[in-house]
Design a protein around this ligand. Structure first.
Ligand SMILES: Cc1cc2nc3c(=O)[nH]c(=O)nc-3n(C[C@H](O)[C@H](O)[C@H](O)COP(=O)(O)O)c2cc1C
Length: 220
């Protein structure tokens, strides 16, 4: 019998195809595939779904849905695909100091249904997927504490840790190139020359980190 491959799911929470976030998620998935995993990519922006409806079906005493979101919409195929996955790589640009609305909406549905209101037994999943989150942002890395993003990342790591995967890894991709041609936009606080230098000299290293994290998700 051929051995079943580990599955690693990529979730792109950014709207722009081919830009910073999409490239980092793609790179992590390539790393996972390199390490032998079966990979698939979901672009939340293209999916028609909402955040948690607060129906509490996942918390009902008699519910057989415990650990799974009962609400059926365009997110359901992804929630189904996540069952039994070994790893998830999620990417999001930072929008107004947090992940995008669609990644948050996904987390509300996926993470909340796994949380138990039971201090002794806080997660439904005894062993869930390991996770990698790639955050892309305009601010340089040294501004992360000042912006409070380090606290944000700790908060996210706490929720994702409740999935009981082997690890949660977070990668901050900072000072990203935001426009192809800065001369077309009013953005005097940014230097295009500096942004291009970061793109050429730092971004490849960020992609390499994402690729290595993808390999780890696949047990590599
Ligand atoms: C609506 C919006 C809000 C943003 N808010 C922030 C922010 O709070 N902090 C930050 O560092 N960058 C912010 N950015 C910049 C993006 O996070 C950054 O350009 C990111 O790399 C974009 O990812 P992408 O190239 O994959 O689209 C914002 C961009 C948009 C469009």
């Amino acid at each position: 019998m051929p051995e079943e491959k580990l599955r690693v799911i990529g979730i792109d929470g950014g709207p722009r195809k081919g830009w910073n976030t999409a490239r980092a998620v793609g790179e992590a998935l390539e790393g996972a595939a390199e390490a032998g995993a079966e990979t698939s990519l979901y672009r939340l922006w293209d999916m028609n779904f909402k955040g948690c409806a607060s129906c509490f079906a996942c918390k009902r005493r008699e519910s057989f849905l415990r650990g799974a979101c009962a609400f059926k919409d365009g997110l359901s195929p992804l929630l189904d695909a996540l069952k039994g996955a070994a790893g998830i790589v999620m990417g999001s640009p930072i929008y107004l100091g947090d992940v995008t609305a669609c990644l948050r909406a996904f987390w509300e549905r996926y993470i909340f249904s796994n949380l138990n209101y039971d201090a002794d037994n806080p997660s439904v999943m005894k062993k869930g997927p390991s996770s990698v989150v790639v955050y892309t942002m305009n601010v340089p890395s040294e501004a992360i504490p000042k912006m409070g993003y380090d606290a944000l990342f700790r908060l996210h790591a706490g929720f994702l840790g409740r999935l009981n995967g082997d690890f949660v890894e977070q990668i901050a991709v900072c000072d990203t190139l935001q426009f192809e041609d800065y001369s077309m936009y009013h953005a005097p606080m940014f230097s295009e020359e500096h942004k291009r230098r970061v793109r050429d000299e730092v971004f490849p290293g960020d992609l390499a980190k994402a690729r290595a994290a993808g390999r780890r998700l696949a047990g590599g």
